[in-house]
Design a protein around this ligand. Structure first.
Ligand code: CA
Length: 272
């Protein structure tokens, strides 16, 4: 009889739900348990209590940059800030939300502004993303695929030529195919003041890197242009080229000799 009470206490302790239990089906990021945001990821944002019981912190995880409020940004600057996004099949990822340009709600997936990040990288890096979210970076092909899969998304490219001219190329339809199709690019519905030909030969092409040649040239276009891109034979743009080089290996749009760029930014959002 004297063993009954300890036995009862033991059973109660092991049948009490553990708030901080992890679940292999849910994404994890820097030790954050995202169990709770799995329950309502169709919503605008999720308040997630993360960490251990001893060291709990509250962060906001969003399922997109739609309506992102800079007050909840992890870091911020004049045009937007870094937020935690939950991306289906990818998990929780930091991303830069542009909240000012053209009505905001943009997720930035590529930026070249100072050449501090090397973009002449291999396949894995381009799939998973790299760089500094407030500076030069690439969000990652898998994230792009998951964010555009079955969704109506638009895409905007902002460029500044070395000569100081501002260019916009906007596409009302933007989709990136799955990894099994090497993240094929599909854009349509161009508007803007840059040459519309910049992506014309790269559209409908698979992505290539120096170690994964999926282009339609006998050359390795990624090596010839020192970047990763949807190369064709090899095409009329190279926004992931070498920031510090000219012509073939540099950053250019449509005409490699005359349209050298000193800035480029690519971003997507839900089509309104
Ligand atoms: Ca080739």
């Amino acid at each position: 009889m004297e063993y009954l009470i300890p036995l009862l206490l033991f059973l109660i302790a092991f049948n009490t739900p553990r708030t901080w239990a992890t679940d292999v089906r849910t994404p994890h990021y820097e030790g954050i348990d995202c169990n709770q945001c799995q329950q309502g990821c169709g919503n605008e944002q999720h308040l997630v209590t993360a960490g251990s019981t001893r060291q709990a912190v509250q962060i906001i995880i969003r399922n997109s940059c739609d309506g992102a409020n800079l007050e909840s940004a992890l870091e911020r600057n004049d045009s937007g800030g870094v937020f935690k996004l939950i991306i289906p099949e990818v998990g929780v990822r930091n991303a830069f939300c542009d909240v000012t340009d053209d009505g905001g709600n943009w997720t930035v997936f590529q930026r070249r502004m100072n050449g501090k990040v090397d973009f002449y990288r291999g396949w894995e890096d381009y799939v998973n993303g790299f760089g500094d979210l407030q500076g030069d970076h690439w969000l990652g092909l898998e994230a792009l695929h998951q964010m555009t899969k079955g969704r109506n998304m638009e895409m905007k490219i902002r460029m500044i030529k070395k000569s100081g001219v501002y260019w916009i190329a906007k596409y009302s339809h933007f989709r990136i195919g799955p990894g099994s199709d090497n993240y094929r690019l599909r854009v349509s519905g161009y508007s803007g003041n840059a040459s519309r030909g910049g992506l014309s030969y790269n559209n409908h092409r698979q992505f290539s890197t120096k170690d994964a040649d999926h282009d339609r040239s006998s050359l390795n276009c990624a090596s010839a242009h020192e970047g990763g891109w949807w190369y064709d034979r090899c095409g009329y743009s190279n926004l992931n080229g070498n920031f510090n080089k000219r012509r073939d290996k540099g950053l250019w749009w449509y005409a490699r000799a005359s349209n050298r760029l000193g800035f480029s930014e690519m971003k997507l959002r839900k089509r309104s």
